[in-house]
Design a protein around this ligand. Structure first.
Ligand code: F3S
Length: 641
């Protein structure tokens, strides 16, 4: 049978299972990445697992999310990650070197290899033919130690791109079109594989923009073939030896197919507060702007910023607009400085930020109260910008740059188009990537006072009992569970301190209620836990004593994080039961071990309202044992000895 590219790479890395949609498979992981927000927990867990050195071909620890030095906590976290990386064989990308996905694409990504990253946008490297998957930190820690990464074999969806993009229509508009059609739930349990004549005119950074925002579809990953375009990119990165041709077979079989005629697309924008709330730019042209932000792992490549510079050159930013630009990497920043384009950006009135996530994760540049911010980023969930009342729109760098000049959201198609050629060679200087310690070199791992032990679960009891501590609606994100700008970033290594802020954007009283009742259950609607991969969204509830989350459905990475923490992720068999449950109802699950191991449904008693209902535990047998063991850490330790 003719095979897709994704299936070929999966087969080459398969440790167990069959690559049949819905079956559990285990993959060998070649490379890992972490960033600082999720990194401290990942390395604490790696150390707790007792591995002396990483066993991957390449593991890299990036510092990119919180580079603002507002207190000792941040600096301490960086030092911990740098020392733990040196000791255990991990490369360390220093603050200032750039955003993990941009740098990994430039310097480490390799066609045909597997990459597991503790960041939901790890699929960015799918732009050069890697099978790149975002996961929780504990999964990454296990993979660093040489353990398999388990997942449910996704369906492979072919997105065939036909034709060529018209002027002013970009890679960002392609992925916004996919989001418009399929929604933020449309990729759950799927890998998107891009093919068709339309991909040949897309550079690797443009492909990476598309693969990056596949995360917003909830997809396991997205992948492009490794072809002559990939060859040219790697050659320009002085890494031609990393290239190999990787294509799907002729007539490859796919589970589903989507066709997009690029010539029919127009500039698009995602409106507040969801990346799938997509409309044509021209339909929102009247909206006045307070802020324009250009950057993030989605759109901060050299070519993105060159186009922005060409648009801004000789003009001045509108007086009502604050324009901020964060280059994606030191490489991009250096090239803009060397070719003089940086000066055009500064002269136009752009405020140049460090090469880091910055405003994308709410680290600085929170919009004005009730303000409108137009961003080239990938997420616009309410409050993620740091201002709860802000209205955040997502668009291409070209739309952002022109809109920064006009002061309102602007369809660029009445302006003369700009074009930029891919550079023949990129500026190569890896001096901010610190290699690990040499064999025999002594390294002291330094833990600052902000780094507290993470909570560890124990084997689950036979009876689980507790109150409903919070009842939530649909699409609760990990930003709601563990809000990032104000709390997660400075306190990312301090679970007890973070627990004061858990779920407070949904209900300010939740942490107090959890403490009063000594833990209990959470109830939620559809797609619970969408968004970032942050493991804190499971570890903090674990610390607060949460025993189970009962939802209508879960996002993939968060569900895995709950299982890894030994928290039951249960889905309602009958939707009406979600409606019947009330806050503070007392729930009981009897005979837990037997129920978990003997079938897909579990009976839950609502003692307060005197009725029983069924929930589903839709996971493999291996995951059931992990849950009962109290999570992946006790399970791995238990099975290793
Ligand atoms: Fe950073 Fe935002 Fe990407 S936080 S990794 S730039 S999604």
């Amino acid at each position: 049978m003719s095979k897709s590219l994704a299936v070929k790479i999966i087969e080459q890395h398969l440790l167990s299972g069959k690559p049949v949609a819905g079956e559990e498979i285990a993959l060998k992981i070649d490379q890992t990445l972490t960033q600082d927000t999720t990194g401290t927990m990942t390395y604490l867990q790696f150390q707790a697992l007792g591995f002396p050195k990483v066993k991957t071909k390449r593991s890299v620890a990036y510092i990119d999310h919180n580079t603002l030095q507002v207190g000792f906590e941040n600096a301490d976290d960086h030092r911990y990650i740098q020392t733990v990386a040196a000791k255990h064989g991990i490369y360390f990308s220093r603050p200032g070197n750039g955003i993990c996905h941009q740098v990994h694409l430039e310097r480490f990504g390799k066609p045909g290899e597997t990459l597991l990253g503790s960041d939901s946008h790890t699929p960015t490297c799918g732009g050069l033919g890697m099978l790149a998957i975002g996961a929780g930190g504990l999964d990454v820690a296990v993979a660093m130690g040489g353990g398999a990464y388990y997942l449910t074999m996704p369906k492979i969806v072919n997105i065939e791109l036909l034709g060529k993009l018209p002027p002013w229509v970009t890679a960002k508009d392609i992925i916004l079109e996919v989001l418009r059609r399929l929604t933020v739930k449309g990729g759950v349990g799927k890998i998107f594989e891009y093919t068709g004549e339309g991909i040949t005119s897309l550079s690797v950074p443009e492909r990476a923009t598309i693969a990056n925002m596949g995360a917003e579809l909830g997809a396991t990953t997205s992948i492009f073939p490794s072809d002559h375009v990939t060859y040219e990119f790697l050659k320009a990165q002085n890494r031609v030896e990393d290239w190999r041709e990787l294509l799907p077979d002729q007539g490859a079989c796919y589970d589903e197919k989507v066709t997009i005629d690029l010539s029919q697309l127009e500039p698009l924008v995602a409106c507040p507060h969801s990346p799938d709330n997509v409309v044509p730019v021209k339909s929102v042209e009247h909206i006045k702007l307070n802020q324009v932000c250009i950057g993030s792992c989605t759109n901060s490549s050299y070519m993105d910023l060159m186009k922005v510079a060409k648009i801004l050159e000789g003009h001045t930013v509108h007086p009502s607009v604050s324009l901020v630009i964060a280059p994606g990497s030191k490489q991009v920043f250096t090239m803009l400085a060397e070719n003089g384009v940086l000066s055009s950006l500064i002269q136009a009135g752009a405020r140049i930020l460090e090469c880091a996530c910055g405003p994308c994760i709410g680290m600085g540049q929170a919009p004005v109260t009730d303000g409108v911010s137009l961003r080239t980023f990938n997420r616009n969930y309410q409050g993620r910008s740091g201002t709860a009342s802000a209205q955040v729109y997502l668009c291409s760098p070209e739309v952002a740059a022109i809109s920064a000049l006009t002061g309102h959201i602007t369809d660029p198609r009445s302006y003369p188009p700009v074009s930029v050629e891919m550079p023949f060679s990129y500026h190569i200087n890896d001096n901010l990537i610190v290699p690990p310690a040499r064999p025999g070199e002594e390294v002291e791992v330094i833990l600052g006072p902000n780094i507290k032990p993470f909570p560890q679960n124990t084997r689950l009891p036979e009876v689980i009992k507790g109150r409903v501590l919070l009842k939530m609606g649909d699409h609760i994100t990990t930003d709601h569970i563990m809000p990032s700008p104000a709390w997660l970033l400075p306190l990312r290594s301090n679970i007890p301190a973070l627990s004061d802020h858990c779920l407070t954007p949904v209900d300010k009283e939740f942490p107090n209620r959890a403490r009063n009742f000594k833990g209990g259950f959470l109830v939620a609607g559809e797609n619970y836990g969408q968004g970032s991969s942050r493991e804190h969204a499971a570890l903090v509830p674990l610390y607060l004593g949460i025993k189970g989350v009962i939802a209508l459905s879960f996002a993939r990475i968060h569900m895995a994080n709950l299982i890894n923490s030994g928290i039951l992720p249960l889905t309602f068999v009958h939707k009406e039961d979600y409606e019947r449950i009330s806050l503070e109802d007392e729930l009981v699950i009897d005979d837990l071990h037997n129920q978990v191991l003997s079938g897909n449904t579990i009976a839950v008693k609502n003692i307060t309202q005197n009725f029983s209902f069924k929930v589903r535990l839709d996971v493999s047998e291996r995951l059931r044992h992990i849950l009962l063991a109290g999570g992946l850490l006790p399970y791995t330790k238990g099975t290793a000895h």
